[in-house]
Write a protein that binds this ligand. Structure first.
Ligand SMILES: [Zn+2]
Length: 302
């Protein structure tokens, strides 16, 4: 495995999957394989342990165009795993260890605990997490450079990114407050998430606010509503939207029936007419707020 001295800061933690069987001691097998080739990673994972194969102050050849500023984490497995295969016991073990590895990088190097967009991966100075596929997509548009063909697509289309990055956020910040049931494992189903630098708010249907990470201080919530499954009807209320104040020192929570709750430094300017088809989303309206109704109309507080 080729290594060289690192001269630039670490900006991106890159997730890989290297084709290999999910076996006992898979990380050692992968390390032995790396000994025989030029490509490499910093840490490789099987279901039981992370194995550091290169120190952070060394550059490894993990992904073309993201070697100098990348730290490379590799799981044993297959990039064509199905969603179900990513949730099997072996993969869950790997993912948990990887989440801790990434959380450590976020704290050490100031990376944002989220998957960067492709343009962000391309942009120097933007710090966060990405997959090898994102590096490929970010740089292949530049055309072939130095004869390098960018065609790696790991960790694969079914890789559970939300699960992973949610767990990283959880590890970094711990749970500051839970104003309802902790359903961190099913964030895809939450009605409203606000992701910030080093933090994330999740508004739950029962009005509870989960605040994760140092960048998302908890200002209060309105738990205790009985969440109702879709389709929504008037009379079956639940929380639908939250919006941060401009200086992020507080937030507003909008209920389906037009009720409005303010927390932190968020001012209360009134709630919304409790009739009609119900409400979808809070939006900015000068220093105040407005709400989009389910029929698309914009409503103002009264
Ligand atoms: Zn890769």
């Amino acid at each position: 495995m080729h290594t060289e001295q690192r001269t630039e800061p670490i900006e991106k933690a890159v997730v890989h999957v290297n084709v290999g069987p999910e076996t006992e001691g898979g990380a050692f097998d992968l390390k032995s394989y790396l000994d025989s080739i030029k490509a490499g990673y910093h840490v490789v994972y099987d279901d039981k342990m992370p194995l550091v194969v290169a120190a952070d102050n060394l550059v490894v050849w993990g992904a073309s165009y993201m070697n100098a500023r990348g730290k490379h984490h590799c799981l044993v497995g297959q990039a064509d795993q199905t969603e179900a295969q990513w949730l099997d016991v072996y993969s869950r073990g790997e993912m948990e260890l990887l989440a801790f590895g990434l959380a450590l990088d976020c704290q050490k190097y100031g990376l944002e605990p989220r998957r960067l967009s492709v343009p962000e991966v391309h942009t120097p100075g933007v710090k966060g997490i990405c997959g090898h596929i994102d590096v490929t997509n970010a740089f292949k548009a530049d055309g072939v450079r130095d004869g390098v063909i960018l065609d790696h697509w790991d960790p694969g289309p079914n890789f559970p990114w939300t699960l992973l990055t949610s767990r990283v956020v959880e590890i970094i910040g711990g749970v500051i407050h839970t104003g309802g049931t902790d359903n961190m494992k099913s964030t895809d189903q939450c009605d409203a998430c606000v992701t910030k630098r080093l933090g994330r708010y999740i508004l739950q249907r029962d009005g509870g606010v989960l605040a994760y990470g140092a960048g998302a201080p908890f200002f209060g919530s309105y738990p205790g509503l009985k969440p109702t499954p879709a389709p929504l009807e008037m009379g079956k209320n639940h929380a639908v939207s939250m919006m941060l104040t401009p200086d992020e020192g507080g937030y507003w929570i909008l209920m389906f029936d037009g009720g409005l709750y303010s927390f932190g430094n968020a001012q209360f300017y009134g709630s919304f007419q409790k009739d009609g088809p119900g409400f979808l989303q809070l939006v900015e309206d000068g220093i105040k707020y407005a709400a989009i109704r389910r029929d698309g109309a914009l409503a103002h507080p009264r």
